[in-house]
Design a protein around this ligand. Structure first.
Ligand code: BTN
Length: 242
Protein backbone atom coordinates (compact mmCIF):
# COMPACT_ATOMS: atom_id res chain seq x y z
CA UNK A 1 0.00 0.00 0.00
CA UNK A 2 1.28 3.46 -0.94
CA UNK A 3 0.23 5.89 1.83
CA UNK A 4 -1.06 9.33 0.80
CA UNK A 5 -1.19 12.31 3.14
CA UNK A 6 -3.52 15.33 3.13
CA UNK A 7 -2.66 18.06 5.64
CA UNK A 8 -5.38 20.45 6.84
CA UNK A 9 -5.01 23.46 9.09
CA UNK A 10 -8.00 22.91 11.29
CA UNK A 11 -10.84 20.39 11.32
CA UNK A 12 -13.23 19.25 14.03
CA UNK A 13 -11.82 15.72 14.01
CA UNK A 14 -9.62 14.01 11.44
CA UNK A 15 -11.65 10.85 12.16
CA UNK A 16 -14.74 12.52 10.67
CA UNK A 17 -12.83 13.88 7.66
CA UNK A 18 -11.42 10.45 6.85
CA UNK A 19 -14.82 8.85 7.38
CA UNK A 20 -16.52 11.26 4.93
CA UNK A 21 -13.93 10.39 2.29
CA UNK A 22 -14.31 6.67 3.02
CA UNK A 23 -18.08 6.90 2.53
CA UNK A 24 -17.47 8.58 -0.85
CA UNK A 25 -15.37 5.58 -1.93
CA UNK A 26 -11.85 6.83 -1.28
CA UNK A 27 -9.33 3.98 -1.69
CA UNK A 28 -7.39 2.83 1.37
CA UNK A 29 -4.06 4.38 2.26
CA UNK A 30 -5.23 7.96 2.63
CA UNK A 31 -4.28 9.73 5.85
CA UNK A 32 -5.84 13.03 6.90
CA UNK A 33 -3.63 15.05 9.21
CA UNK A 34 -4.64 18.29 10.93
CA UNK A 35 -2.53 20.91 12.66
CA UNK A 36 -5.47 21.67 14.91
CA UNK A 37 -8.66 19.84 15.86
CA UNK A 38 -11.71 21.53 17.37
CA UNK A 39 -13.13 18.28 18.73
CA UNK A 40 -10.43 15.65 18.76
CA UNK A 41 -11.82 12.37 20.06
CA UNK A 42 -10.14 9.89 22.37
CA UNK A 43 -11.08 6.38 23.41
CA UNK A 44 -14.00 5.65 25.74
CA UNK A 45 -15.83 8.86 24.82
CA UNK A 46 -13.03 11.12 26.02
CA UNK A 47 -11.74 14.14 24.16
CA UNK A 48 -8.21 14.46 22.76
CA UNK A 49 -6.75 17.89 23.33
CA UNK A 50 -3.57 19.01 21.63
CA UNK A 51 -2.13 22.54 21.21
CA UNK A 52 -2.25 23.73 17.55
CA UNK A 53 0.77 22.96 15.37
CA UNK A 54 2.68 21.00 18.00
CA UNK A 55 1.72 17.38 17.48
CA UNK A 56 0.76 14.76 14.94
CA UNK A 57 -2.96 14.08 14.74
CA UNK A 58 -3.94 11.93 11.79
CA UNK A 59 -6.50 9.41 10.67
CA UNK A 60 -5.75 6.72 8.15
CA UNK A 61 -8.32 4.91 6.03
CA UNK A 62 -7.85 1.17 5.61
CA UNK A 63 -10.04 -1.39 3.88
CA UNK A 64 -8.57 -4.61 5.28
CA UNK A 65 -9.73 -8.00 4.07
CA UNK A 66 -9.85 -9.49 7.55
CA UNK A 67 -12.81 -10.69 9.68
CA UNK A 68 -14.53 -8.05 11.88
CA UNK A 69 -13.16 -9.84 14.99
CA UNK A 70 -9.69 -8.79 13.91
CA UNK A 71 -10.51 -5.05 13.84
CA UNK A 72 -8.92 -4.57 17.30
CA UNK A 73 -5.68 -5.87 15.90
CA UNK A 74 -5.45 -2.90 13.55
CA UNK A 75 -5.22 -0.63 16.60
CA UNK A 76 -2.33 -2.80 17.74
CA UNK A 77 -0.81 -2.42 14.28
CA UNK A 78 -0.98 1.35 14.74
CA UNK A 79 0.59 1.36 18.22
CA UNK A 80 3.35 -0.93 16.97
CA UNK A 81 3.93 1.43 14.02
CA UNK A 82 4.20 4.40 16.40
CA UNK A 83 6.66 2.47 18.62
CA UNK A 84 8.78 1.53 15.60
CA UNK A 85 8.76 5.13 14.38
CA UNK A 86 9.99 6.44 17.73
CA UNK A 87 12.75 3.83 17.80
CA UNK A 88 13.81 4.56 14.21
CA UNK A 89 14.08 8.22 15.19
CA UNK A 90 16.43 7.23 18.02
CA UNK A 91 14.14 7.35 21.06
CA UNK A 92 14.55 4.57 23.58
CA UNK A 93 12.38 3.13 26.34
CA UNK A 94 9.29 2.82 24.15
CA UNK A 95 6.65 0.58 25.73
CA UNK A 96 3.03 -0.31 25.02
CA UNK A 97 0.10 -0.31 27.40
CA UNK A 98 -2.93 -2.44 26.57
CA UNK A 99 -4.87 -1.99 24.38
CA UNK A 100 -2.78 0.47 22.41
CA UNK A 101 -1.27 3.38 24.27
CA UNK A 102 2.35 4.16 23.47
CA UNK A 103 4.55 5.15 26.42
CA UNK A 104 7.92 6.88 26.58
CA UNK A 105 9.69 6.92 29.96
CA UNK A 106 6.56 5.29 31.38
CA UNK A 107 4.28 8.18 30.28
CA UNK A 108 1.75 8.26 27.48
CA UNK A 109 3.14 9.77 24.28
CA UNK A 110 0.51 8.52 21.83
CA UNK A 111 -3.04 7.21 21.77
CA UNK A 112 -4.93 5.30 19.12
CA UNK A 113 -8.64 5.43 18.28
CA UNK A 114 -9.73 2.78 15.84
CA UNK A 115 -13.25 3.04 14.37
CA UNK A 116 -14.56 0.33 12.06
CA UNK A 117 -17.59 0.24 9.77
CA UNK A 118 -18.78 -3.33 9.48
CA UNK A 119 -21.17 -4.61 6.84
CA UNK A 120 -22.52 -8.06 7.77
CA UNK A 121 -19.47 -10.29 8.13
CA UNK A 122 -17.08 -7.87 6.43
CA UNK A 123 -15.16 -4.81 7.49
CA UNK A 124 -16.09 -2.07 5.02
CA UNK A 125 -13.38 0.22 6.31
CA UNK A 126 -11.42 1.12 9.42
CA UNK A 127 -10.26 4.59 10.36
CA UNK A 128 -7.16 4.45 12.51
CA UNK A 129 -6.73 7.70 14.45
CA UNK A 130 -3.34 8.47 15.92
CA UNK A 131 -2.54 11.30 18.29
CA UNK A 132 1.20 11.53 18.91
CA UNK A 133 2.62 14.19 21.22
CA UNK A 134 5.63 15.53 19.34
CA UNK A 135 6.61 19.04 20.43
CA UNK A 136 4.33 19.78 23.38
CA UNK A 137 6.36 21.13 26.30
CA UNK A 138 5.71 19.59 29.71
CA UNK A 139 4.29 22.90 31.01
CA UNK A 140 1.76 22.98 28.14
CA UNK A 141 0.05 19.87 29.46
CA UNK A 142 -2.70 20.48 32.03
CA UNK A 143 -1.21 20.15 35.55
CA UNK A 144 -3.26 17.04 36.33
CA UNK A 145 -1.76 15.22 33.33
CA UNK A 146 1.90 16.19 33.76
CA UNK A 147 2.86 13.04 35.67
CA UNK A 148 1.24 10.69 33.18
CA UNK A 149 1.84 12.15 29.71
CA UNK A 150 4.89 13.21 27.73
CA UNK A 151 5.99 14.19 24.23
CA UNK A 152 8.90 13.25 21.99
CA UNK A 153 10.43 16.69 22.69
CA UNK A 154 9.95 16.48 26.46
CA UNK A 155 11.62 13.08 26.48
CA UNK A 156 14.49 13.84 24.08
CA UNK A 157 15.19 17.51 24.77
CA UNK A 158 14.87 18.53 21.11
CA UNK A 159 12.11 19.59 18.71
CA UNK A 160 10.96 17.38 15.85
CA UNK A 161 9.73 18.10 12.33
CA UNK A 162 6.05 17.14 12.23
CA UNK A 163 6.11 16.23 8.54
CA UNK A 164 9.10 13.98 8.99
CA UNK A 165 7.54 12.23 11.97
CA UNK A 166 4.23 11.79 10.13
CA UNK A 167 6.01 10.54 6.99
CA UNK A 168 7.95 7.90 8.95
CA UNK A 169 4.83 6.85 10.78
CA UNK A 170 2.91 6.31 7.54
CA UNK A 171 5.81 4.25 6.17
CA UNK A 172 5.75 1.97 9.23
CA UNK A 173 1.95 1.59 9.04
CA UNK A 174 2.22 0.69 5.36
CA UNK A 175 5.01 -1.84 6.00
CA UNK A 176 3.04 -3.61 8.75
CA UNK A 177 -0.17 -3.46 6.73
CA UNK A 178 1.51 -4.97 3.68
CA UNK A 179 2.65 -7.82 5.92
CA UNK A 180 -0.96 -8.30 7.09
CA UNK A 181 -1.90 -8.56 3.39
CA UNK A 182 0.67 -11.32 2.87
CA UNK A 183 0.36 -13.26 6.15
CA UNK A 184 -2.84 -12.17 7.89
CA UNK A 185 -3.04 -10.53 11.31
CA UNK A 186 -1.58 -13.24 13.54
CA UNK A 187 1.93 -11.80 13.80
CA UNK A 188 0.64 -8.54 15.28
CA UNK A 189 -0.03 -9.70 18.85
CA UNK A 190 3.37 -11.37 19.44
CA UNK A 191 5.05 -8.33 17.91
CA UNK A 192 3.02 -5.98 20.13
CA UNK A 193 3.87 -8.09 23.21
CA UNK A 194 7.61 -7.54 22.76
CA UNK A 195 7.10 -3.95 24.01
CA UNK A 196 4.38 -4.72 26.55
CA UNK A 197 5.01 -2.89 29.83
CA UNK A 198 2.64 -4.84 32.06
CA UNK A 199 3.28 -8.53 31.48
CA UNK A 200 3.24 -10.16 34.92
CA UNK A 201 1.94 -7.00 36.63
CA UNK A 202 -1.22 -6.96 38.74
CA UNK A 203 -3.82 -4.91 36.87
CA UNK A 204 -7.31 -3.69 37.72
CA UNK A 205 -10.34 -3.03 35.60
CA UNK A 206 -13.45 -2.12 37.53
CA UNK A 207 -14.05 -5.00 39.97
CA UNK A 208 -11.64 -7.33 38.22
CA UNK A 209 -8.09 -7.62 39.51
CA UNK A 210 -5.48 -10.06 38.32
CA UNK A 211 -2.02 -10.73 36.99
CA UNK A 212 -1.54 -9.94 33.30
CA UNK A 213 -0.62 -13.35 31.90
CA UNK A 214 -0.95 -12.73 28.17
CA UNK A 215 -3.08 -11.71 25.23
CA UNK A 216 -5.38 -13.82 23.07
CA UNK A 217 -4.77 -14.23 19.33
CA UNK A 218 -7.37 -11.54 18.70
CA UNK A 219 -5.80 -9.07 21.10
CA UNK A 220 -7.90 -9.43 24.27
CA UNK A 221 -6.13 -9.14 27.63
CA UNK A 222 -5.98 -12.17 29.96
CA UNK A 223 -5.87 -11.59 33.72
CA UNK A 224 -5.40 -14.45 36.20
CA UNK A 225 -7.35 -13.62 39.35
CA UNK A 226 -6.29 -14.53 42.91
CA UNK A 227 -8.81 -17.40 42.78
CA UNK A 228 -6.90 -18.78 39.81
CA UNK A 229 -9.42 -18.22 37.01
CA UNK A 230 -8.35 -16.49 33.82
CA UNK A 231 -10.59 -13.58 32.81
CA UNK A 232 -10.72 -12.16 29.29
CA UNK A 233 -10.91 -8.36 28.96
CA UNK A 234 -11.98 -7.06 25.56
CA UNK A 235 -12.01 -3.32 26.12
CA UNK A 236 -11.89 -0.54 28.64
CA UNK A 237 -9.36 1.07 30.90
CA UNK A 238 -6.97 -1.24 32.73
CA UNK A 239 -4.39 0.10 35.18
CA UNK A 240 -1.80 -1.23 37.58
CA UNK A 241 -3.18 -2.04 41.04
CA UNK A 242 -2.12 0.53 43.60
C1 BTN B 1 -6.82 7.85 23.10
O1 BTN B 1 -7.82 8.10 23.79
O2 BTN B 1 -5.77 7.50 23.61
C2 BTN B 1 -6.90 7.93 21.59
C3 BTN B 1 -6.63 9.29 21.08
C4 BTN B 1 -6.73 9.40 19.58
C5 BTN B 1 -6.56 10.83 19.09
C6 BTN B 1 -6.47 10.92 17.60
S1 BTN B 1 -5.88 12.48 17.07
C7 BTN B 1 -6.24 12.06 15.41
C8 BTN B 1 -7.58 11.35 15.44
N1 BTN B 1 -8.68 12.30 15.38
C9 BTN B 1 -9.39 12.26 16.50
O3 BTN B 1 -10.40 12.97 16.71
N2 BTN B 1 -8.89 11.37 17.36
C10 BTN B 1 -7.74 10.69 16.83
Amino acid sequence: MEPRLIVKNRVESTQDEARKLALKGEPEGLAVMALDQGQGRGRLGRSWVSPPGKNVALSMLLRPEVPPGDATLLGMLASTAVAETLEILGLTGVRLKWPNDVLLDGRKVAGILSEARVNGSEIEFVIIGIGLNVNTATEDFPPELRQTVTSMAASSGREWDLNEVAGRLLERIAALYDRVGREGCRFLVPQWETRWLHRGHVLVRGDTKGTAVGLTEDGALLLRTEEGSVVRIDSGEVNPAL
